[in-house]
Design a binder for this molecule. Structure first.
Ligand code: HEC
Length: 214
């Protein structure tokens, strides 16, 4: 309930931001990472900075995605994959990459992705990570109370991710693209349990987060 409320609030702030940006025909450049007091406060900071700056609106829509700080680094929530067994996973990408990445291009070196896993609502389990390196993705994991950006080559991770052939190893790439372009978290429902990969279509069919279950 609280999370839904906060999301609603963020959505309202985001909508107000967009309206303001459109009305003045201006929009912000990349907002530098600000250490937030809370997600809501961060949204407010981003919202107020939007009306005083001049970059192209098309490049800044992503700023309405919910921000999350992980060990002092700003991330944005871009996707949620719900599964029919009740588990779900939330994907995040570092803000520095999101602000500069062009959809359709490969994820650049130093891109950092985090996946929160939930086996029951609101109970966060292990976070899985991957970072793009010059020799491909390196993988890692951490428990929510101890964030870590350490990654290394891992064949067991890579083997399964290789099944996302059409998305260069990143199952949720189409969702990332959609979120980058719409500013809304992409969510989808997969009829497989656990982390069995869904069909490629599942990762291309999504609705806005506020219409989802969480
Ligand atoms: C059995 C297949 C499988 C294995 C093994 C696996 N993953 Fe994944 N991973 C997935 C699927 C499928 C997704 C997309 C989310 C979903 O469908 O729940 C995903 C998503 C991710 C994401 C979000 C970005 C993306 O690629 O979409 C990260 C980060 C990630 N996995 C890290 C890891 C790490 C680290 C390991 C090894 C410790 C690992 N994965 C092993 C199947 C796998």
């Amino acid at each position: 309930m609280t999370q839904r409320y906060i999301l609603g609030l963020l959505g309202a702030l985001a909508a107000a931001t967009l309206l303001l940006a459109c009305a003045t025909r201006t929009a912000p450049p990349v907002t530098p990472a600000v250490a937030p007091v809370s997600p809501t406060a961060t949204a407010a900071i981003t919202a107020s900075s939007n009306v005083t700056t001049t970059a192209s609106p098309a490049n800044t829509v992503w700023q309405t995605l919910p921000q999350q700080m992980i060990d002092g680094v700003a991330f944005r929530h871009y996707a949620t994959v719900n599964r029919t067994d009740g588990t779900y996973r939330q994907m995040f990408i570092d803000e520095a990459t999101l602000s500069t990445w062009t959809p359709g291009q490969p994820l650049p070196v130093e891109s950092f992705l985090v996946m929160e896993t939930y086996y029951s609502p609101q109970v966060e389990s292990t976070n899985f990570t991957k970072a793009m390196s010059i020799d491909g993705f390196h993988y890692g994991s951490f428990s929510p109370s101890r964030p870590s950006f350490t990654t290394q080559p891992d064949n067991s991770c890579a083997a399964c991710h290789g099944r996302a052939e059409d998305a260069a190893g990143t199952f949720t790439l189409a969702m990332l693209t959609a979120a980058r372009q719409t500013g809304a978290v992409a969510t989808t429902l997969c009829d497989q349990g656990g982390r069995t990969p869904c069909t490629a279509e599942v990762y291309r069919e999504f609705v806005e987060l506020l219409e989802g279950e969480k």
